[in-house]
Every structure is written in structure tokens, then in C-alpha cells.
Design a binder for this molecule. Structure first.
Ligand code: ASP
Length: 343
């Protein structure tokens, strides 16, 4: 038998892709991973070796937390030298959060880590799981001059490969469930795989993988809305141990100019809480100072989230806080691109 040169590790965490219907209640629940593989005999036809590991208890991704992120990072770390690429099967609900987090946790990554899942379980007649899984593996196995073509954390769904930390789940029922409005698609799958080489992350030198597992979850997101009151903001700011507040602002980073908002944010900053300005629009960027309604945030030296997604901002803050980035370099580091997540 011909020896296959590329090896891929499949990591099953849970999600619809491997779920079955509980016929008593009608609800979808996770099931045994080995059964999942039986549904896709096509995997044997791929030109690579595939091994699989699974969470002991596969979960719906709504139950994901920083401990699960650590588990995924550890599996990749422990198997890094033995595989050419990794495909992580994950529920779509929080896939953008987990994959963004992994993009920061896996420092110096020079192999592909591709997240995928599906809207319909793999056993369904009309399932999108097979295409997503098979193409994600094919992309993870792509090599040029014996080096992986993809060297970053990505998300593959419905014929498109995205940079993971640029994605957002945008639809609960379309097969095209994700979008990356501020960064182009990395690979498009049609009759051929069309790789947009000029937008891929390239590592100048291959360094050893460093896994940062400490993620500090003392962060919160507050989406602004007309009518938000002082007491709500005040109680959020008084959350015990709070270290960072992501303000999802209007349009290009705008917020009410009422005094109480300025004063509460000022109080928070004085307490050492980082405030990050991220737009609640799905595309485009924060431009602080463009309107009078963001000048006060600029005066407060609020961190500019530019075109980062909220999912990526959460992950980046947890990572930077976990890394204990010093206060005097925190703002500059957040506003800079670490893994292609911000302009
Ligand atoms: N609730 C599921 C999950 O995120 C949905 C999916 O798998 O797409 O785990």
C-alpha cells in the first residue's frame, strides 16, 4: 500500500456535526465520536493519514469555557510534532470565540489548525457536515515545498476558509453561517481549491510552538443601546475583579455624550479597568474622534478596537490579561495586530 505523507489529527469537541436526536424529547444531544466516523467512509479516500481524538464528554459549544480552550490547546501542543495539521470539530454557536482564542494561545503556530462544524448532524440526508469536514481536512493537508500552505488558525464553513479571529456567526439556519466582513476569504472551494496566497499569515522564521494557557476571564461586554442608564453601567463596573470592559458602541465607535457615562468610565479607568471600544456593526471600524460622540472616549484614552470583532476582542483581552501584559504597554499591544485580527 502506498505510504501517505501527510498526517492530520481530528479533534472532536462536540456540536451538531456529531449529534443525534433524542427521540423522546426531540432535542439534539452529543453522541459517540467513533459512530460519527462511521458515517463518513469517504475519509479513507483522502490522500492523508487521519487520526482522531475526542473530548471525553463532547459538548454543545454553548457550554465552552476557558478550561475547554486549554484542553484543545493542550491536545495540539502534545501532538504538534507528529502531525502536519489539525482539524477541530466544534459547534458553530461559539466557534468564532474558541477559534479566536486559540489563534492567540498558540504562539508561533506554523501549521494549520482548522475549525469546522455543521448546521445539520452528519447522519442527516441533507447534511452540510461531510463537505465541511472533508474540505477542512483537504485544506489542512495542503503542502507546498513540504511546508503547510496554511500556517494559522482558520474556520472553514460552506465552501470558504476564513481567518478564525475575523469571523462571526451570522446565521442560525443558513449553511453559510459565518462571515468575515473585515478580512478577505483565505481559500474558496469550488471545483478547485482557490488559495488567496497574498492574504495568508506568513511566519518569517519557524519558531517552536509556545502555548499560553492562562486565560483571565474577568472581562465583560456591554452593548450600548438608546436608553442605557447609569445604574446598569455602574453595577457592571462594580463587578468584583473586573479587569476589562468591551463597549460595543454605535457606528464608527460612538457613545452618548451624557456626563454620567463619561464619569462612570473615568471611575472605571481609575480603578484599573481597561475599556475597549468595539463597534456593534458587523463590518467597518471604530474611528475615534470622527464624530463628537466619540471625542470623550478618545479623551479618556479608551483602547481603540478598530475593526476587531467582539469575539476576537474578548479572546485577546483574556489572553493579554492572562499573560499579565504590563499596564504601560497594554493599550499599544491591544491596538496592534498579534495574529492578523486587527487592521
Ligand atoms: N448548539 C450547537 C453548538 O454550537 C450548534 C452547532 O453545532 O452548530 O454546539
Amino acid at each position: 500500500m502506498e505510504k501517505k505523507e501527510v498526517s492530520i489529527l481530528l479533534i472532536y469537541t462536540g456540536g451538531t456535526i456529531g449529534m443525534v436526536k433524542d427521540y423522546k424529547t426531540g432535542a439534539l444531544k452529543a453522541f459517540n465520536f467513533n459512530k460519527l466516523l462511521k458515517h463518513i467512509p469517504e475519509l479513507h479516500q483522502l490522500d492523508c493519514n487521519i487520526n482522531a481524538v475526542s473530548f471525553d464528554k463532547p459538548i454543545d459549544s454553548s457550554n465552552m469555557n476557558t478550561e475547554h480552550w486549554k484542553m484543545i490547546a493542550s491536545i495540539i501542543e502534545d501532538n504538534y510534532e507528529n502531525y502536519n495539521g489539525f482539524v477541530v470539530l466544534h459547534g458553530s454557536d461559539t466557534m468564532s470565540y474558541t477559534s479566536s482564542a486559540l489563534s492567540f494561545m498558540l504562539e508561533n503556530l506554523s501549521k494549520p489548525v482548522i475549525f469546522t462544524g455543521s448546521q445539520l448532524p452528519i447522519g442527516d440526508l441533507r447534511t452540510d457536515a461531510k463537505e465541511n469536514l472533508i474540505t477542512a481536512i483537504e485544506i489542512a493537508a495542503l503542502q507546498e515545498d513540504k511546508k503547510p500552505v496554511i500556517q494559522e488558525v482558520c474556520l472553514y464553513f460552506e465552501y470558504k476558509l476564513y481567518r478564525a479571529n475575523r469571523t462571526t456567526k451570522v446565521n442560525t439556519e443558513h449553511f453559510k453561517a459565518f462571515s468575515s466582513l473585515n478580512y478577505p476569504v483565505l481559500v474558496e472551494s469550488g471545483v478547485y481549491l482557490k488559495v488567496n496566497k497574498n492574504v495568508l499569515l506568513r511566519r518569517e522564521r519557524v519558531k517552536s510552538l509556545l502555548v499560553q494557557k492562562e486565560m483571565d476571564n474577568n472581562v465583560v461586554i456591554l452593548k450600548l443601546f438608546p436608553g442605557l442608564n447609569k445604574y446598569t453601567l455602574e453595577s457592571i463596573i462594580n463587578t468584583p475583579n473586573l479587569k476589562a470592559l468591551i463597549l460595543e458602541t454605535f457606528g464608527a465607535g460612538n457613545a452618548p455624550t451624557e456626563d454620567w457615562l463619561f464619569l462612570e468610565l473615568k471611575k472605571a479607568i481609575k480603578k484599573g479597568i481597561y475599556i475597549v471600544n468595539v463597534t456593534q456593526c458587523s463590518g467597518g471600524a471604530v474611528i475615534m474622534g470622527q464624530y463628537e460622540t466619540s471625542e470623550h472616549l478618545e479623551r479618556l484614552q479608551v483602547i481603540n478596537g478598530k475593526d476587531i470583532t467582539t469575539e476576537s476582542a474578548v479572546a485577546k483581552l483574556m489572553y493579554m490579561l492572562g499573560k499579565k501584559v504590563p499596564k504601560d504597554s497594554f493599550k499599544a499591544m491591544f491596538e496592534d495586530s498579534l495574529q492578523g485580527e486587527i487592521q
